[in-house]
Design a protein around this ligand. Sequence first.
Ligand SMILES: [Zn+2]
Length: 78
Amino acid sequence: MQSLRDLIDSFNLYAVCEACQRQTKLNVQKLIKHLGAETQVHRMRSKLRCRVCGTRTEDLRIVYVGQKDQEAIFQYRR
Ligand SMILES: [Zn+2]
């Protein structure tokens, strides 16, 4: 189970609307502020609604974007 806290460093969270194929990047920091860092990601699904067509969507996409800090340390040591 992933909580919002697990996502903040290395992942982007997208909501995907099947009706209009829109993909919206969610602001994880904002979600943590409103819902709390321990909120389980799968619990978000029932809260999502497409802003464009108003359809409820349960399709969440989690995209790994890597850790910036680790990359910097790696380059430094090389
Ligand atoms: Zn839509």
